[in-house]
Each structure stands twice: as structure tokens, then as C-alpha cells.
Design a protein around this ligand. Structure first.
Ligand code: BV8
Length: 239
């Protein structure tokens, strides 16, 4: 385990030029958004893996949509936290996120690769047309004008990630001289496997141990909102 000071000193010595920020649900925890596998991650005693699947949606689209509309409401009422805002201050960094809450964009990050889609887009299951859906739906499950169901534009377990997002994420990871890994358990693939592509320095921020920490150059046992601002400050000082 490393301290924030040790990781910041390493950043100053490295003078990174190509920074990637890789995030998971933990970066939004201090915005009040439950993580997938932590406290409060359950909904009506269901686990996310049981609801975020094509099978659950086929079986009970109304219930799956109740879960998504609950999450959309939580995120709408939430604010980006100090970690999201610090990441946004890295105006030339690429953010590769597993999250679907769009909080990085709301904080001002301009280059965000959404590996798993977004809660605020929907897709017609028949036409595959994607559209923005920022507001609550009047009725669930929502339907397209063509009559078919609309589904959340997210990647469910067992579904492929968007090819363009995966390709871009792989390319930037390979070219990074510093990857900040913030708030992920590192157990969801293929996203978690992207970190191994980085040949530079990797710094994890997570109050708990994760499946990635032991492979990182530095593992900082701290929360995202506590550790991200000082590490971003160290990066900006080298500019
Ligand atoms: C696929 C969108 C295959 C939906 C999500 C090996 C290779 C390939 C696939 C697999 C494989 N092994 C297993 C699989 C299958 C599966 C998988 O990985 N399962 C896991 C559970 C083992 N993967 C898939 O199904 C993927 N698709 O592989 O397709 C395929 C091949 C051919 C043909 C067809 C298909 C698709 C996976 C995407 C699933 N969708 N989200 C939605 O959100 O509704 S994943 C979901 O988990 C979220 O996106 C979330 O972000 C993501 C990852 O979890 P984390 O972000 O890490 O969140 P978690 O709660 O686990 O951890 C939070 C961390 O934060 C903790 O460590 C905690 O300590 C920390 N923390 C807490 N508080 C703070 C904090 N950190 C900092 N500060 C704090 N304050």
C-alpha cells in the first residue's frame, strides 16, 4: 500500500504526458450512488448481476425498468463529487469508465469512453435506434413509436461491449504513461483486463483491496474524493 504523498511524488518524478483515468462504481460512491458489490448495492434483494441481463429483461421488462428508473432518479438527484471534478481538470486525459451514470461528463470531462453505455440513453429493441432519455418515463416499460420495447442503452452481462469503445480504450491504455484506476473491484471483464495493456505507471485509488491492486505500481488506500484531487494536482504541476 502507498500513501497519497508517495504516489504524488512518483507522479512529479514521472512527468506524465499521456494520462488515462479508468473508473468504476467507487468513483461515484461519494456522490451517493451505491456501488455494485458494496453496501446498498442491492435493490429489493436482487443483485445487479441478476437484473442487468438480457434474460431478466426478457422475463420481466417492467421490473428491470423499475430498477433502472430508480437508478436514473438517484443519479439525476446526485452531483459529481470532488473526484469527478478533479478528473475533469485533466483536460487532456482520456476517461475510460465502466460506469453508466454520466457523472464524468456532468463534471466537465470532455473525452469519456463509456465501456458499458449510459443510463440516459435508450435503444429500440427492434430498430436498434439509440436516443437520449434524460427525463423520467411516464410509463414503464417505455415503448418506441414503432411499438417495440425501449431498453436502456447499457451493456448487460453476457453482452459484447461496443466495439468502438473497446478499441479506443485499448489504444489509449497501450499509449498511456500513467493510468489512474479509481474505484473498481476489477472483477468485471473484459473492462478490467484493459489495465494490463498499460506499460507505464498505474496508480489505484480504492479504500479496499481489489483484484487489480496487487498488479498496480502504487495502490493508495483512500477514497476517490480524498485521493484524486491531490494526485491530479501533482499531474498538473508537471505541466
Ligand atoms: C462479456 C452496465 C462476453 C449495466 C455492467 C472474462 C472475459 C470476458 C467476460 C467474462 C469473463 N469472466 C466473466 C465474464 C462475464 C462477465 C463478467 O465479467 N462477470 C463478472 C461479474 C465476473 N462479463 C460480461 O458479461 C461482459 N460481457 O463478457 O461478453 C461475450 C463474448 C462473446 C459474445 C457475447 C458476449 C459485460 C460486462 C458489463 C456488465 N455491465 N454495467 C448496468 O450498470 O446496469 S458492469 C457493472 O459492473 C458496472 O458497469 C460497474 O461499474 C461494473 C464493474 O464493477 P465496479 O465498477 O468495479 O463496481 P464494484 O461495485 O464491483 O466495485 C466498486 C469498487 O469501488 C470496490 O472495489 C470498492 O472498494 C470501491 N469503492 C467503494 N467506495 C469507494 C470506492 N473506491 C473509491 N472511493 C470510494 N469512496
Amino acid at each position: 500500500m502507498s500513501t497519497i504523498g508517495e504516489a504524488a511524488a512518483a507522479i512529479r518524478a514521472l512527468r506524465p504526458r499521456n494520462v488515462v483515468v479508468f473508473t468504476g462504481a467507487g468513483v461515484s460512491a461519494e456522490s451517493g450512488i451505491p456501488t455494485f458489490r458494496g453496501e446498498g448495492g442491492l435493490w429489493r434483494n436482487f443483485r445487479a448481476e441478476e437484473l442487468a441481463t438480457p434474460e431478466a429483461f426478457a422475463r420481466d421488462p417492467a421490473m428491470v425498468w423499475e430498477w433502472y428508473e430508480w437508478r436514473r432518479g438517484l443519479v439525476r438527484a446526485a452531483e459529481p463529487n470532488a473526484a469527478h471534478r478533479a478528473v475533469a481538470a485533466l483536460t487532456d486525459a482520456v476517461v475510460v469508465t465502466q460506469n453508466v451514470d454520466a457523472l464524468h461528463a456532468r463534471a466537465g470531462s470532455a473525452d469519456v469512453v463509456e465501456l458499458h453505455g449510459s443510463l440516459f440513453r435508450v435503444r429500440c429493441v427492434r430498430e436498434q435506434r439509440v436516443r437520449a432519455a434524460p427525463e423520467p418515463f411516464a410509463a414503464l416499460p417505455p415503448r418506441c413509436e414503432c411499438g417495440a420495447l425501449l431498453r436502456p442503452d447499457v451493456v448487460w452481462f453476457g453482452e459484447m461491449l461496443p466495439e468502438d469503445a473497446l478499441a479506443r480504450a485499448s489504444a489509449v491504455m497501450q499509449g498511456a504513461d500513467l493510468v489512474l484506476i479509481i474505484g473498481t473491484s476489477g472483477i468485471v471483464y473484459p473492462a478490467a483486463g484493459l489495465v494490463a495493456l498499460c506499460r507505464g505507471t498505474t496508480i489505484e485509488i480504492n479504500p479496499q483491496t481489489s483484484a487489480l491492486g496487487s498488479r498496480c505500481t502504487y495502490a493508495v488506500a483512500a477514497t476517490a474524493a480524498a485521493a484524486t484531487p491531490p494526485l491530479v494536482e501533482a499531474i498538473l504541476e508537471t505541466r
